[in-house]
Structures are given as structure tokens and as C-alpha cells.
Write a protein that binds this ligand. Structure first.
Ligand SMILES: [Zn+2]
Ligand SMILES: [Zn+2]
Length: 320
């Protein structure tokens, strides 16, 4: 944007904030605020306000592109450095980004480009097939991507409410300003969690570090070959049920060729029969491959999260 168009959008946003009704976060006086100015990359941070009217006035004077505030509650929100702010509580916040969900539309609207060989191709990949150097990715978001992100938000809410028993009266879902959503829970119960405890919740949601043996996975020797003979049963609890659900949906997408066949699957027959997973046909050889399958399936059909946003104590997230 050139200087005159920058001045123009700032004026438009000043006018917008002059009349805007902003929603105050709980305990507004304990939050650090940040303002992103048009035409600038970094945000103005370390600001604090005692009520929402002050925030609105500041925005009406400056015409920011966005306003964000901390997930932390601080004793001294405007002090620097960060430790001097003395955080004492945190919202539980999640970031669901359509970018990370491997929807099949990505093959249509994303492409990669190798600057060394000057070749390009559709979809997402890490390395150039010719020279094996890192490629540049051009990523876009379409309604199908956003629908997948919404579905993941619903799945996340189901886990938080249904499995972790969190009361969802105080949940805020907002557009993240990038390509997805922020889910923020203002709740007494979760406010005191440490970043380590929040990391554990993230791992639980992402089905990370699953111990396959505890969920019914078992290998057998058949004709001199190690074969996965069984998988989880839905009745064995919330995690087993979730594993079965996401793996089913993932394998359906692989069968329909909406997703590429991953390297850890070596099918020796139908992946699904009458809607059920045929574990012995998947060709999985190790517990590590089982974990890989579960994590890929969860990323596609469960909840794809950026763990950083949940565990970073100093994070500012946009106001809705
Ligand atoms: Zn190349
Ligand atoms: Zn898309």
C-alpha cells in the first residue's frame, strides 16, 4: 500500500472504532493489549486499559488493523520485560488453522515452486523432486478449507466438553485473522493450569504419544510375517473411540483418493469393510507406524492444532 492509501484505510478504521461496540474480555485491567497498525509488521504491545471504553478511544485515535489482548492475566500488564508483568492466570486458547488440514482442495489451489530449478507443481510438498532443495509454497484458502477448520473447531469443543468435562459457557470462537479460528476458554477451572499442563491437554487432543498396546493394537506372526491383527474397540473409552473415528475417516479419504497413500500403509486388501477398519490389511509393521497413522488421521479428521498458541504464556490473540 502506498502512503495515501494507508492514510485512507487508517481513517476508515478510525471512523469505524469511533462508533464500534467492543466486547470487553473478563478482567480487562489485567490484560496486555496490542495494536497492529496498517502498513507495519510488528504490533504495539505492553499497553493496558482499565475499561473497554479506553480501548475503543485508543483505537479511534489510531485506526489499527486489529486489536489483540493477552491470554495471560497480569498483575502489571504494562510493565516490561515480560517477567515483570507477573502473570497469575491464563485463558486456555487454541489455534485451528485451515492451512494445516490436508484437505484435497489444496491440490487445486496450492502450489510449490523451486527457485533453483525453476519448476513448479500443484499441492504441498517440502522438497523439490529434481534437486531435493527446499521449495517455496504458495498457499491459499477456499471455502472447503474453512469448512474443514469449522469441523475441527466442533471436534475440539466435543473433546473439551465431553471428555475433559469443561463447562463451555465461557467460550469464545473468533476468526484468527489468518486462515482459521481461535477458541478461547475463560474459565476459573482452567485458569490456573501451567504451560506444562496445557501442553498435556494439547497432546491429549492431538492423540500424541499414544501407547498402542493400551488401545487394543496387537501384532501377530502369520506365515513368517508380522501382521497387525487387531485395533481399538470403540467401547474401550474416549481415546480408543476417537482413534477409530479419525482412522476410519482418514482411510475413507485415502480409498477415495482424496488423500495420497501415505508411505506407512502397505495395503494387502480393502482398508475398510462395511464401514469398519480392516486392521490386518493396512500393512503396518511397527508401533511407530501406528502412531504415525493416528497422528495423520487426527490432523485430517480430528483436531489439527498449533500447539504453540496453547502453550505460549506471552501470546496475544485478536479481539473478535
Ligand atoms: Zn529444484
Ligand atoms: Zn481449500
Amino acid at each position: 500500500m502506498n502512503q495515501s492509501s494507508l492514510a485512507f484505510v487508517r481513517a476508515v478504521f478510525r471512523e469505524y472504532y469511533a462508533k464500534a461496540r467492543l466486547q470487553a474480555p473478563p478482567a480487562i485491567e489485567t490484560r496486555e493489549f496490542g495494536f497492529l497498525q496498517f502498513g507495519e509488521k510488528s504490533i504495539i504491545r505492553h499497553l493496558s486499559f482499565s475499561n473497554i471504553e479506553q480501548v475503543r478511544k485508543f483505537a479511534a485515535e489510531n485506526g489499527p488493523a486489529s486489536i489483540s489482548y493477552s491470554t495471560a492475566y497480569y498483575r502489571y500488564p504494562d510493565r516490561q520485560p515480560m517477567v515483570a508483568k507477573e502473570p497469575y492466570r491464563f485463558d486456555l486458547a487454541f489455534d485451528i488453522d485451515a492451512d494445516h488440514i490436508p484437505t484435497k482442495c489444496k491440490r487445486q489451489h496450492d502450489f510449490w515452486f523451486c527457485q533453483i530449478c525453476d519448476v513448479r507443481g500443484p499441492g504441498v510438498r517440502k522438497k523439490c523432486p529434481v534437486c531435493h532443495s527446499e521449495v517455496v509454497l504458495a498457499k491459499f484458502v477456499c471455502p472447503e478449507c474453512m469448512n474443514a477448520a469449522k469441523e475441527h473447531v466442533r471436534n475440539l469443543i466435543d473433546i473439551l466438553e465431553g471428555e475433559l468435562g469443561l463447562r463451555m459457557q465461557q467460550v469464545q470462537i473468533s476468526f484468527s485473522g489468518r486462515r482459521g479460528f481461535h477458541v478461547r476458554i475463560f474459565d476459573e477451572e482452567v485458569g490456573g493450569l501451567t504451560s506444562e499442563e496445557r501442553r498435556e491437554i494439547v497432546d491429549y487432543i492431538l492423540l500424541k504419544e499414544i501407547e498402542p498396546r493400551r488401545h487394543g493394537f496387537a501384532f501377530e506372526q502369520r506365515g513368517g510375517k508380522r501382521v497387525l491383527a487387531s485395533g481399538p474397540a470403540v467401547r474401550e473409552g474416549a481415546i480408543s473411540r476417537r482413534i477409530v473415528q479419525v482412522v476410519k475417516r482418514y482411510l475413507e479419504a485415502v480409498e477415495k483418493k482424496a488423500l495420497a497413500m501415505p508411505s506407512f500403509l502397505r495395503p494387502s486388501g480393502a482398508l475398510l469393510k462395511e464401514g469398519e477398519v480392516v486392521w490386518e490389511n493396512l500393512g503396518l509393521r511397527t508401533y511407530d507406524e501406528i502412531r504415525q497413522l493416528i497422528e495423520c488421521a487426527n490432523e485430517y479428521a480430528g483436531v489439527s492444532l498449533d500447539p504453540m498458541v496453547t502453550c505460549d504464556d506471552a501470546r496475544l490473540l485478536r479481539m473478535p
